[in-house]
Ligand binder design. Structure first.
Ligand code: CA
Length: 451
């Protein structure tokens, strides 16, 4: 035996050493639940100023977490999900505003999604809800890093009541299990699926992406919520979403995972029917109301409770931030736009991480409609010919406009003429950034075969 010791000891040492490292790393890996609402405006819930609905669960969630007041999505659905899933502006990866049931394109398989990043760090992943990055088999969540999928491949108004659309599919995995599902039950069913998944996977780190179908029209609430709010069906639907958040949080606590779970709540674009709070513009607009979202993050012991962050952040930052938190390596050759904002989450005194935000459009020919640098926001009419702005009253910006968002978050006072130097500085920055995106733009999935 004696003569074997020199060979065995290093093995034993390395075995114990590596298992110690593994278990320490696993303990450091929080579960992540990302709740993404469809079409919820900044002012649609009580923590962000609503007085029309009751959101007790979100109120508690906000008290225990941190509110982000400059958290950016994009004007409409698919482009927002593209940004969230890839850490890139939709323009970089050629995803247009909204994908319809007739679309032959979707997220390119060459892109690295946040689910793939989480999987690379040992996570089990689920997407429960509305996907909207391509409904053809190659584009579904199960082909892009999600172990599990249950939900609608696109918006709930893309159903057979609208001429030319096939019956709305409800998918599990990669199979359609129902068509034209009862929409009043979607919030409840998604919630039950998410709870079931967390219970089943409580022993390992999980990533649950929960993109609700509501509060996108046609609105529908289950019997328990229908007619119960003080502000009509929209209020009922928002209050059911609040119930869903409460159920998710209750499950996390019951499973003893409270300290080990980061939960993020936000929305994909401004309100269609609800409230943009103090901001101008609605869904479809690059005024703040179209793109600035309610956002709350909660992780006990890591994120300071009851605090607020006013620094620029957004969906594009989610992928690099989660990669940093879970210790996943990103491919340095894959250019992304987002930054690691974990300091903004965990340090109440953190300075800005990303001083610039581009307000991208749904239109690949006119990629950027406005730019924000610090407190200033400049619209770029000479660089954009209409862009994403829906032709809805008050939504479409016209002409040269500069706003100071800190002094004038409602974009009421155009100070373009008074600040030529700032205008020039922002224009220059916008040109540089747009040129870089166009020079490094990557193709959408399926584009070659559809031509
Ligand atoms: Ca939406």
């Amino acid at each position: 035996m004696k003569h074997l010791a020199p060979f065995i000891l290093p093995f034993l040492f390395s075995f114990f050493f590596s298992s110690a490292i593994c278990s320490a790393a696993d303990n450091a890996k929080p579960n992540v639940v990302f709740i993404f609402i469809d079409d919820m405006g900044y002012g649609d819930i009580e923590p962000f100023g609503s007085t029309k609905v009751r959101t007790p669960n979100l109120n508690t969630f906000a008290k225990e977490g941190r509110k982000f007041h400059s958290f950016y999505a994009t004007p409409v659905c698919s482009m927002s999900r593209a940004a969230l899933m890839t850490g890139c502006y939709n323009q970089r990866i050629s995803i247009p505003g909204v994908l319809f049931p007739q679309a032959k394109i979707g997220i390119n398989s060459a892109e690295t999604t946040v689910a793939e990043v989480m999987k690379s760090a040992g996570y089990t992943t689920a997407c429960i809800g509305k996907w909207h990055l391509g409904h053809l088999p190659e584009f579904l969540p199960t082909k892009h890093g999600f172990d599990y999928y249950f939900g609608l491949p696109y918006s709930n108004d893309m159903y057979s009541k609208r001429p030319g659309n096939p019956p709305l599919p409800l998918i599990r995995g990669d199979k359609t299990i129902e068509t034209e599902p009862d929409q009043s039950l979607l919030t409840k069913r998604y919630t039950e699926e998410a709870i079931g998944f967390m219970k089943q996977n409580k022993e390992k780190p999980f990533f649950v992406y929960l993109p609700h179908t509501m509060i996108h029209e046609p609105l529908a609430a289950s019997e328990a919520f229908k007619g119960k709010s003080a502000s009509g069906l929209l209020g009922d639907v928002i209050e059911e979403i609040d119930w869903s958040v409460g159920q998710v949080m209750k499950t996390i606590k019951e499973l003893g995972l409270d300290e080990k779970t980061l939960v993020i709540f936000t929305s994909d674009n401004g309100p269609d029917m609800g409230s943009a709070g103090p901001f101008k513009g609605r869904k479809g607009s690059n005024f703040e109301g179209g793109v600035r979202e309610p956002c709350i993050m909660r992780w006990p012991g890591k994120i300071p409770a009851g605090t607020q962050c006013n620094q620029i952040a957004g969906n594009i930052d989610v992928l690099p931030t989660l990669a940093s938190i879970v210790g996943a390596k990103l491919d340095p050759k894959q250019i992304i736009d987002g930054k690691d904002i974990s300091t903004l989450m965990m340090d109440d005194k953190a300075g800005p991480v990303r001083d610039v935000h581009l307000y991208c459009t749904a239109n690949l020919k006119n990629p950027v409609q406005a730019i924000r640098m610090g407190e200033w926001k400049l619209f770029l009419p000479d660089l954009d010919e209409g862009g994403a702005a829906k032709k809805k009253k008050g939504n479409a910006p016209e002409g040269n406009m500069l706003f100071n968002l800190e002094k004038d978050p409602g974009e009421t006072t155009n100070v373009f003429d008074k600040n030529p130097e700032i205008v020039e500085k922002l224009r220059k920055e916008a040109r540089t950034r747009i040129s870089e995106i166009l020079a490094n733009r990557r193709p959408v999935g399926g584009a070659a075969s559809s031509k």
